[in-house]
Design a protein around this ligand. Structure first.
Ligand code: ZN
Length: 234
């Protein structure tokens, strides 16, 4: 194990635990520098009696980086960013708000590629119908990335009928989380697929619109659009 070897290999081990890691493993980073050893290969590490780390799995084939397709959508309420994975739509958000989410995904090694996919085109055309007041429910493959609790809340949001509203408290009650209006509200606020997962239909118990990630102006406009379109069909 020479100094030059450091540049050539990606495998490092810990003298005390006898575990070897990929370079950059979060578990490996905690290793004390004086215990760190470098290997030319995994074979060399194993020959020296080291075991593979269970966190970074240095023996597993490298994971293909995931790519999200990014499309711009011009709506009457400004530009929205649509992001789609191989499984479905992961994000629909006003352009000026999407940056943090994209940063987090890129930090998780997800690549963002501008373009169009079958799914993002479908979103654009369904949004056209929605903003024209002639589409009342979306039929799109969604790929909602969040905690199990968040996904449970987002699932419930999809059951709120077009043109209707529900309070945060009632929403919490409907999923059996009474007295949890605040965490439920937090999950509503982090909904990644706005409009289609209709978090704009959740309002305060006093009838106030309260908060909205996309801004109250947009929330009000969406609710007005739905109320008007519904009145026309009645
Ligand atoms: Zn590791």
């Amino acid at each position: 194990m020479t100094v030059e070897a450091r540049n050539l290999n990606e495998i490092q081990g810990c003298r005390t635990t006898k575990i070897y890691c990929r370079n950059g493993c979060p578990a490996g980073k905690r290793m004390k520098p004086r215990n760190r050893v470098y290997f030319q290969s995994r074979e060399e590490a194993r020959t020296d009696g080291y075991r593979a780390c269970k966190v970074c799995k240095p023996d597993a084939p490298p994971v293909e980086p995931e790519t999200f397709i990014l499309t711009h959508y011009q709506s009457p309420l400004g530009t929205y960013i649509i992001l789609g994975s191989k499984q479905g739509i992961v994000c629909v958000e006003p352009e000026e708000q999407v940056e943090n989410r994209i940063d987090r995904w890129q930090h998780d090694s997800i690549q963002i590629e501008e373009g169009e996919s079958e799914d993002t085109l479908l979103v654009s055309s369904e949004l056209d119908g929605y903003f024209a007041g002639r589409l009342f429910s979306f039929n799109l493959p969604l790929d909602l990335r969040g905690t199990p609790f968040q996904r449970q809340v987002w699932q419930q949001l999809q059951g709120i009928p077009y043109g209707e509203t529900i309070s945060y408290g009632d929403l919490a009650h409907s999923i059996g989380w009474d007295n949890a209006a605040r965490p439920v509200g937090g999950a509503v606020g982090r909904n990644p697929v706005s409009i289609i997962v209709p978090c704009h239909r959740v309002i305060g118990s006093n009838g106030n619109l309260t908060g909205y990630g996309g801004g109250l102006r947009r929330k009000e406009a969406l609710l007005n659009l739905e109320a008007n379109a519904r009145d026309k069909t009645n």
